[in-house]
Ligand binder design. Structure first.
Ligand code: GBH
Length: 513
């Protein structure tokens, strides 16, 4: 009997893997070494903004325990670590004419050096939702395009100048959809603006998210332009944006629901990906929003189009899509995990928006690669086990639902590369540690490492062990294990991959075998 898909070399030797975190979710030490406030500082302290009343004052204490975190990464055998820089540690007041904080620079500089000493490649996010509070107060933050674009570009350039000799992978923005919709539409994330007057005294959910999204795209694009013109020629790194986006499946095959699934993708992903990779907003968004959707000038568009070297992808789940409702942030589509026959799509996580569905991950990878034709970096993917926070440490580290999730997702990555010819360069599970899960506070745990908050001790969960072993076993080592020629399937895939790259609008590196 022939065993299907026995492939020896599953992942190429330069495949990047590691864990991801974000500054505000782990650092704590919010008033140390000259850090300025971010919009999350006070927001998370307001009653009712986080589920358990948790805030970012201590988090996983990683600002202090940074060497321990790096040792943990090392013990997991990662090649890379995705972390974010807190803007308000670098420039406490945020603006282009405000003082730069040498202590902030020194901190991340030491951090990067320590990673490199341990053979771990820094993969750096410049903005993971922690806008300097002062910029919000000074001029409305992301609502003020002229100011925020100039200030963000200045901040990014300081980081390129200080760290770019050592950092070869940059992410400008994490998940602009969340910045715009959760911060200025639903009002559940800082700065918490919304039309819902029970939530916020100010805000207009019908206009602000689209304005904010527009500013975020431009800030990203002008920072990339600066990097490419002033830094890339000598620093030679990659730079791009990372977008959240979950796969969308029609609830059934009625034409309205088939269309709904595409509308969901258009707003979740196309809102940002279409301008950045294709040079225009999705047609459906223009129809849905009319003159509420800002317009790019010709000059701006020239900067926006092609402003990412790769497709940065954060993805967690898959939604079944039904046409209807008035939620513009989902493309006037309703999401469910319950199939028409009453069964569930997958295993339910602690958060209601998340179920395991690896087939959807594979489908999304194929969709993104066909549509945007660039190598994909999976910069986040993860799972929160139901009620993990109510368990003892001994029970919590036995996180079998998370292991199942990652078993499925890693298999989907391999299948997408080996069988579908999708060019995937990196995979970063979210997250290295349990941490401050934004509006969920500390109630929801996404870590592959359990954090016992009272002691700040770290305990590797089964999922960490699974992932370490998976990548150890599946990335081709430097020393070839055998002299066997590639299989026919591997040759076909390499040719397929090269074809995709060559026919795309942007030419990317040499084909990999
Ligand atoms: C990521 O976002 C974040 O980058 C990371 O910081 C975070 O810790 C991690 O996920 C886990 O949540 O029900 O309308 O409020 C993931 C993308 C998009 C997932 C919004 C939750 C909820 C939409 N998120 N979604 S809503």
């Amino acid at each position: 009997m022939i065993t299907p898909h026995v492939v020896r070399a599953k992942l190429p030797k330069d495949f990047i893997w590691g864990f991801a975190t974000a500054a505000f979710q782990i650092e704590g030490s919010t008033d140390i070494d000259g850090r300025g406030k971010s919009i999350w500082d006070d927001f998370s302290r307001q009653p009712g903004k986080t589920l358990d009343g948790g805030n970012g004052d201590v988090a996983t204490n990683s600002y202090k325990l940074w060497k321990e975190d790096i040792a943990l990464l090392k013990s997991y055998g990662v090649k890379s670590y995705r972390f974010s820089i807190a803007w308000s540690r670098i420039i406490p007041l945020g603006g282009r004419n405000d003082p730069i904080n040498p202590k902030g620079i020194e901190y991340y500089s030491n951090f990067i050096d320590e990673l490199l000493r341990n053979g771990i490649m820094p993969f750096v996010t410049l903005y993971h939702w922690d806008l300097p509070q002062n910029l919000h107060e000074r001029y409305g933050g992301w609502l003020n395009k002229e100011e925020i674009v100039a200030d963000y570009v200045h901040y990014a350039k300081v980081c390129f100048r200080e760290f770019g000799g050592r950092v070869k992978h940059w992410l400008t923005m994490n998940e602009p959809w969340c910045v715009a919709v959760l911060g200025y539409g639903r009002g559940v994330f800082a700065p918490g603006r919304s039309s819902d007057r029970l939530r916020s005294p100010e805000g207009d959910s019908s206009t602000e998210p689209w304005i904010v999204g527009h500013s975020v795209i431009l800030a990203h694009a002008y920072a990339v332009k600066a990097y490419r013109e002033e830094f890339k020629p000598t620093q030679r790194g990659q730079i791009g944006i990372t977008l959240n986006g979950d796969w969308a499946i029609p609830y059934d095959n009625s034409p309205a629901n088939v269309e709904a699934a595409q509308h969901a993708l258009d707003v979740a992903i196309g809102w940002f990906a279409d301008p950045v990779y294709l040079g225009h907003y999705p047609e459906f968004m223009q129809e849905m929003l009319g003159d509420r959707l800002p317009v790019f000038t010709t000059e701006e568009l020239a900067v926006v189009k092609g402003s990412s070297d790769f497709y940065g992808m954060n993805t967690y789940t898959t939604n079944l899509c039904k046409a209807g409702g008035d939620d513009e942030f989902q493309g006037r589509v309703e999401y469910t995990f319950t199939r028409p026959d009453g069964t569930q799509l997958g295993t339910q996580a602690h958060c209601k928006w998340l179920q395991t569905y690896p087939q959807g991950f594979r489908a999304l990878l194929n969709y993104l690669y066909k549509r945007y034709r660039l190598p994909i970096y999976v910069t986040e993917n993860g799972f929160a086990v139901k009620d993990e926070n109510s368990k003892t440490i001994e029970q919590a580290v036995q996180d079998f639902d998370r292991v199942e999730y990652f078993r499925g997702m890693t298999a989907a990555v391999v299948a997408a590369i080996v069988e579908d010819g999708v060019d995937i360069q990196a995979y970063f599970p979210w997250s290295l540690l349990d941490n401050f899960e934004w509006a969920d506070g500390y109630d929801t745990r996404f870590g592959v490492t359990y954090v016992d908050y009272p002691t700040q001790k770290r305990y590797p969960k089964e999922s960490a062990k699974f992932l370490s072993k998976f990548f150890k076993d599946n990335i081709v080592s430097d020393i070839p294990r055998s002299r066997e020629p590639p299989t026919v399937q591997q040759v076909i895939n390499a040719v397929r991959g090269a074809f995709h790259r060559l026919t795309g609008s942007v030419l990317v590196g040499a084909a990999k075998a």
